[in-house]
Design a protein around this ligand. Structure first.
Ligand SMILES: [Zn+2]
Length: 358
């Protein structure tokens, strides 16, 4: 079975976002099949049930940690300042999914997960999903990953397309303390930027340039520059294309492009190339969520990070970053493997925020 057959096979059987169950590989037929077999030990359903039992009963028959063991002094989540915070993760690709898992480890209590996509074989190298997750909804895979770290986390899942569900996304943004937006297309970012601007909520975006030679992180704070301002400043160019279907949908790959040509346009960077972006997004998120707290564990960092709103990281001195100084002979202009921050101002002619406030 070649890769295309494999994708077709998975899509055919599992594209219904409302289907309950998962897709498993059947060795006998060499095909993927949809199954509603009971969840395996270690899956979110089993962990959730066991956790409810364990936390309700003193005897804790589940063997899982108790509330006190999770959140008490010197315990798993010693700092429980994120326990009552709610964060929305809009798109659960390699960046969005990794962010949820990091925040589960930081002790975040409430997660809202939005992504209509399922795991495909080409996702595995960069995504937290494993081989056994192929065909599963990313919302389900990520839920499992969160509950493995914190079985008490509250999780809302929406396997829907951001572009088709503006009202729902507006409701989600309204109830979140913070929004992460890491989809693989710019249209979704415009939708989220516009809804967050109206709701006066903070959004943190991250994206990679071609072949992940570099990454950009942008934070849209209420009253400051929005994603539209970044675009108007000409800072969104040469974006990495990781998904043919979504690139065709947004017009980045024109409809007349053949499958072979499209294949050459889709270029994915190394897993390690996106790690710096994930790390900075987590730090920015923590500073926003713990603002004003004296004992947050990251005191002082907020001031540093709040001085800027746009951050650039180059992985290699190629293409856009050819002009960068060598890493080993620095101090003269930007080099690879270091963060550079700058401040994008509000642009009075921005088609997004200026329009909204007119
Ligand atoms: Zn703007």
């Amino acid at each position: 079975m070649n890769n295309n057959d494999l994708h077709e096979n998975i899509r055919e059987q599992s594209y219904d976002p409302n289907a309950v169950g998962r897709v498993r590989y059947d060795k006998a037929t060499g095909k993927f099949r949809f199954t509603t077999e009971p969840p395996a030990v270690g899956s979110s359903e089993v962990i959730h049930e066991a956790a409810q039992e364990g936390f309700a009963a003193e005897a804790n028959p589940s063997g899982l940690p108790t509330l006190e063991q999770l959140y008490g002094r010197g315990c798993v989540f010693e700092k429980d300042n994120l326990r009552n915070k709610c964060v929305a993760f809009l798109a659960l690709g390699s960046v969005g999914a990794a962010l949820t898992e990091k925040f589960a480890r930081e002790g975040l209590g409430r997660f809202i997960l939005v992504d209509y996509d399922r795991v495909e074989p080409h996702n595995l190298s960069r995504h937290l999903a494993g081989i056994e997750d192929i065909g599963r909804l990313k919302t389900d895979v990520v839920e499992d990953a969160i509950l493995r770290k914190n079985p008490l986390a509250q999780i809302e899942k929406y396997p829907v397309n951001i572009l088709d569900n503006h009202n729902l996304i507006a409701e989600i943004i309204a109830k979140a303390d913070l929004v992460f937006c890491a989809p693989d297309n710019t249209d979704c970012r415009y939708v989220v930027a516009s809804l967050a601007e109206k709701a006066e909520k903070t959004v943190i975006y991250g994206w990679a340039t071609t072949r992940a030679e570099g990454v950009d992180v942008f934070i849209q704070r209420p009253g400051e520059a929005c994603y539209g301002c970044v675009a108007a400043a000409g800072l969104i160019t040469k974006e990495e294309i990781t998904n043919e279907a979504s690139a065709r949908e947004s017009g980045v790959i024109p409809a007349y492009t053949s499958a072979a040509d499209a294949d050459a346009i889709v270029q994915v960077g190394l897993p390690s190339d996106i790690d710096p972006m994930i790390n900075l997004m987590v730090k920015l998120g923590l500073t926003e969520l713990t603002r004003g707290e004296e004992d947050s564990g990251i005191e002082g960092l907020g001031e540093e990070l709040r001085a800027d709103n746009f951050f650039i990281w180059a992985n290699r001195r190629t293409q856009h970053y050819l002009g960068y100084s060598p890493f080993t002979a620095p101090q003269d202009g930007p080099t690879i493997l270091r963060w550079y921050g700058c401040t994008i101002p509000r642009i009075p002619t921005c088609g997004l925020c200026a329009e909204i406030h007119r």
